[in-house]
Design a binder for this molecule. Structure first.
Ligand code: NAD
Length: 246
């Protein structure tokens, strides 16, 4: 049987690494993309059936190279997981244009560029896209003008992709994780934010990388063959409460 090929961006650690491991266990070959070369080289060396692609998803020429290298290695693309992301929390007046752009470059441009470049290959396989947004894209909050806006854009981008690519039987869905303890969240979650999340999430805890990755892989699978354009929170119930983001 033909082995399916997935691209996972931001695969060197966190949610992307967990997604890679589940896809490998399900028989995929995985092109692991990350701009952090040291971390990516290390984790890729410990796995079989992977290609380490040390590149930046926010740069058009790098994105072209990601697709070309993946096709040269795997000859097909069945799944694209746009997971690479950066976070920067701060109030509007303290968010410089440089900080704003840094978030938009990866979180929005990266998802747009990677998806656009992968479309020809996805048409061949009738593949699927999963974009990773956040509960920060569903709710407004103080502190998240750049991050929240970027993730709201990912949500709308997913709907646009689903609307446009359905005729090729390409599905596009979006996962909105709640808080997960990763390098990204550790950098921006103060103790006040951690406490508030524990109090307001119905399941009273952070999620694990695996709990997000399982939803991503489900959406890529045949079990979700009639699901497209959906925005699915894996957040311990946070979004259902109506409580504001801390
Ligand atoms: P992480 O920092 O552990 O992993 C993100 C990876 O993306 C890193 O390895 C980083 O090097 C890579 N990356 C960043 N910018 C890149 C670029 N331009 N090109 C290539 N690689 C790049 O973070 P994580 O928590 O696993 O986050 C994964 C995704 O989940 C992100 O999109 C994030 O916004 C989203 N998310 C995370 C949380 C959370 O609480 N951790 C909550 C909601 C959403």
């Amino acid at each position: 049987m033909t082995q399916k090929v997935a691209i996972v961006t931001g695969a060197a650690r966190g949610i992307g690494l967990s997604t890679t491991d589940i896809l490998l266990a399900e028989g995929y070959r995985v092109a692991m993309v990350d701009r952090d070369g040291d971390e990516l080289t290390q984790v890729a060396a410990a796995r079989e059936n992977v290609l380490a692609v040390i590149r930046d998803v926010s740069i058009p020429s790098e994105v072209e190279a990601i697709i070309a290298e993946t096709m040269a290695w795997g000859e097909r693309i069945d799944a694209l997981v746009n997971n690479a992301g950066v976070a920067d929390f701060g109030p509007i007046e303290e968010t410089t244009f440089e900080r704003w752009r840094r978030v938009m470059d990866t979180n929005v441009d990266g998802v747009f560029l990677m998806s656009q470049a992968a479309i020809p290959a996805l048409k061949e396989t009738q593949g699927a896209i999963v974009n990773i947004a956040s509960i920060s894209g569903l709710r407004a909050s103080t502190l998240r003008v750049a991050y929240g806006t970027s993730k709201a854009a990912v949500i709308q981008l997913t709907k646009q992709q689903a609307a446009e690519l359905g005729e090729y039987n390409i599905r596009a869905n979006c996962v909105c994780p709640g808080p997960v303890k990763t390098k990204l969240s550790i950098a921006v979650h103060s103790q006040d934010i951690i406490n508030a999340y524990h109090d307001s999430i119905p399941l009273n805890r952070y999620g694990s990388e695996r709990e997000i990755a399982d939803v991503i892989v489900f959406l890529l699978s045949e079990k979700a063959s009639y699901v497209t354009g959906q925005i699915i929170a894996s957040d311990g119930g946070f979004d259902s409460t109506g409580v504001g983001l801390p």
